[in-house]
Design a protein around this ligand. Structure first.
Ligand code: PLP
Length: 372
């Protein structure tokens, strides 16, 4: 087998999308293409009638060029270059997010067209890849935003949030929707009536621990929406923007051990295992807490080792894992790697990213998972 290679399972992309759609029946499911924008994934999802969440004008143009209707595209990056906003509007993509007054001011020339969605700051409790802090309008700024919208006759089309990626706590969505309720109530006092509720992404996959299913999360979400309705806060249109949930579990990265070394770290001896894929060639998320379940074709006594990548950079180290006595040439399968691997990969040090291969179905090796 030539490594590294990311094997993507078409049937899993489709079943993930359908699982999401059946849990969130009256939601538009807008696939976050930043997680993996491979043509085959887009083809499969567009055939399923998925909407698409985009982060840049080039993602939008790619979709428009292939004939996707602009109404099916949302532009959810809360901070965009002015030129990207203009081009999006010219392409007919009007639903877009903002989370600051400075961004809202960029919408003014196109205010008859743009459907502005306010992204609020919410807790990212239970999430392995935190997005709060960098994104989300804090509560204390809402009055300025709403006053500006009222004074400049800009409609507030909707409210959104992101609980952080790989959020393993369903209750976090419930708390976020309660915050949305507060924002909507405040907006009403400025005669603004948001109609869209966008619950963002963050839906988790099996990375070796028990995680809530999308059905569990949907139960929390629908209850929270019901609670808002009891208070008279009624939304007309709903979006979810899953990325990892659709593409992540559909991917298995096959990587090879290219070196093994003994190291002394803070007085402790450790075995370091060098793989042909690392932080810079796709496994970027490992720098901040994401780990993947592994299966090795090697044999021998189980050892706890530090996994690192092939570049000459000290930051190219990933996570500790249990592997059967690693040797050069062993193949390591990393599950759940279909999202945010190809899209993050570079050819740093001249090392090529993994190739990608699509198959109709891959065998589920979940029973072989070793917990990291
Ligand atoms: C605005 C927005 N929506 C959706 C997503 C997808 O998140 P996830 O892959 O955790 O579902 C992201 C990821 O960063 C995002 O920034």
């Amino acid at each position: 087998m030539n490594t590294p290679v990311l094997i993507m399972d078409r049937s899993k992309i489709i079943s993930n999308y359908r699982e999401m759609k059946s849990a969130f029946t009256d939601f538009h499911i807008a696939y976050a293409m930043k997680s993996n924008s491979h043509n085959d994934i887009l083809n499969l999802l567009l055939r399923e009638d998925s909407d698409i969440e985009t982060a840049s004008i080039s993602e939008i143009q790619l979709l428009i060029e292939r004939g996707v209707s602009p109404e099916k595209i949302i532009f959810s990056n809360p901070v965009k270059p002015e030129s990207a906003i203009r081009s999006a509007v010219e392409s007919g993509v009007f639903t877009m997010t903002f989370d600051s007054l400075s961004e809202l001011k960029k919408f003014i020339p196109y205010k008859e067209f743009i459907k502005p969605i306010l992204r609020i700051d919410v807790a990212n409790e239970g999430s392995l890849w935190v997005l709060s802090g960098k994104f989300g309008c804090p509560k204390r700024v809402w009055p300025q935003i709403f006053q500006y919208m009222k004074d400049n006759e800009i409609t507030l089309s909707g409210i959104t949030f992101h609980v952080g990626s790989q959020c393993e706590m369903a209750s976090t969505w419930g708390k976020a929707i309660a915050e949305v309720g507060e924002a909507a109530l405040m907006a009403e006092t400025y005669n603004l009536k948001p109609e869209i509720l966008n619950i963002g992404g963050g839906f988790p996959i099996n990375l070796g621990r028990d995680v809530p299913t999308v059905k569990d999360i949907a139960n929390v979400v629908y209850k929270a929406i019901n609670d808002l309705e009891k208070k008279g806060i009624v939304f007309e249109k709903f979006y979810a923007e899953p990325g990892r949930f659709i593409s992540g579990s559909a991917g298995t990265l096959c990587t090879r051990v290219i070196g093994v070394g003994d190291r002394d770290i803070k007085g402790q001896s450790e075995k370091w295992v060098f793989l042909d894929t690392g932080v810079f060639s796709g496994l970027m998320e490992t720098i901040d807490g994401i780990t993947y379940p592994l299966y090795s074709n090697g044999s021998g006594e189980i050892e706890r080792v530090m996994l690192c990548g092939p570049s000459c950079d000290g930051a190219d180290k990933m996570f500790k894992a249990f592997l059967p006595s690693p040797k050069v040439g062993d193949i390591i399968y990393m599950y759940g790697t279909g999202a945010y691997t190809m899209s993050y990969s570079s050819n740093f040090n001249g090392i090529e990213p993994p190739s990608v291969s699509f198959v109709d179905k891959i065998e589920n090796k979940v029973e072989n998972f070793k917990l990291n």
